[in-house]
Design a protein around this ligand. Sequence first.
Ligand code: HEM
Length: 474
Amino acid sequence: LSPKTLKNFPPGPPKLPIIGNIHQLKSSTPHRVLRSLAKKYGPIMYLQLGQVSTVVVSTPRLAREILKINDICFDDRPTSTASQIFFYNAQDIGWAPCGEYWRQMKKICRLELLSAKKIRSFSSIREEEVSNIIKVFESKAGTPVNFTEMTVEMVNNVICKATLGYSYKDQATLIELLLDVLKTLSAFNLASYYPRLQFLNVILGKKAKWLKMHKKLDGILEDVLKEHRARRRNNNHQEDLVDVLLRVKETGDMDFKLTDEHVKAVVLDMLAAGTDASSTTLEWAMAELMRNPRIMTRAQAEVRSVVKGDTITETDVQSLHYLKLIVKETLRLHAPTPLLVPRECRHDINVGGYDIPAKTKIIVSAWACGTDPDSWEDAESFIPERFENCPINYMGADFEFIPFGAGRRICPGITFGLSMVEYPLANFLYHFDWMLPNGLQPHELDITEITGISTSLKHHLKIVPIPKVLSKVR
Ligand code: HEM
């Protein structure tokens, strides 16, 4: 299509001068605002967000057109000052342009960290971390624990041990930085609306703040590389992802020259993407169980009938059919990244009868697809049973359920992510009964959302563990 023939843009809400539609997105939950707008203006919608032309897609049929049928046109990511600063000129996997570098680095991570075989080999790490958190829950029996904070730490320990070979000594600082980076990368950050007015970032004081955060993170990653180089000289230890990347860098086995910055960008990707999405899923699953005592009771009965003895194995988890349905339903209703990660259109194209010009930012609402009334009955309710005898899966082929995205940019961490949700959840339900604090009733639990790049509970989930042994005595 030549620019002259691009006439039929998707419909969208009326715009104001200069800011376009920004004012309509002033909300802590853009996925909800976008779905309401889509109900009015249609499942493919055009928004002008400052200088950024944006198309939002909200049904499974259109998601399929973008992520499958025209994947090659939509497999790039828009660039932003934040992704340039934090990821060493977007040289990670999540923000890198979809070329040979991206393909090879994604392949290394798939093979060396995220394959089913590798994930099985990390089972002792998961067991140790889950056993530690259970001990803390036991020590706090009968009093409220900050479930959100504790599970973020647990998940981050697993990711760090698998990726770096150890948990990071100043974990609190690392987690704070990782979550801040992800918040900054949200598609709905004011600074991202005016890419051609970079001075705006300076005026808003954002750039200075981001550079400071980057410097701190870079210091952490430099330490990691230094420690790995020293360790590699001793030779006799299991290679982790950092070792593999450093080895590939030295042997020069790639079609391009790998630098320390590439290694740091990819390691940062794993730590950030891995920590946030998995712990958010765990938090939402537990919040829904606390709100739905019937589902909690059924899930506990299942895990307590399957497990023999006092230790849950990962093989046991494979038999926890209902628990897996709960995780699926959590991902449908609370996809941690409800708007996926934005894509960018490579060339002019026609989708759903509408013209989309090259370089348009594309947002696919996984959440709107997951709650699409034509695909799901009683779509807003949490009903794990809906997945019973239902072939719909999250592997990127069923577009009414795409919490991990789809196509070439699909999340490579699905199995790893789920291993950090299912196994801990099974343990929490097996070893404890759970209560809400201060006599709160299930329906009173506050599940207000807040959105950065992921959507989590606005207020940390605080709940009371009652060890199974104690609850039997009661
Ligand atoms: C429940 C857990 C997780 C969820 C729900 C999730 C979700 C997502 C989503 C929606 C995307 C964007 C896909 C798209 O654009 O189509 C993504 C990308 C990505 N995820 Fe995950 N993720 C999870 C866990 C993980 C883990 C554990 C890792 C690694 C340790 C990881 C690494 C990545 C990377 C590197 C990308 C970028 C892929 C690319 O651009 O090619 N994720 N994830």
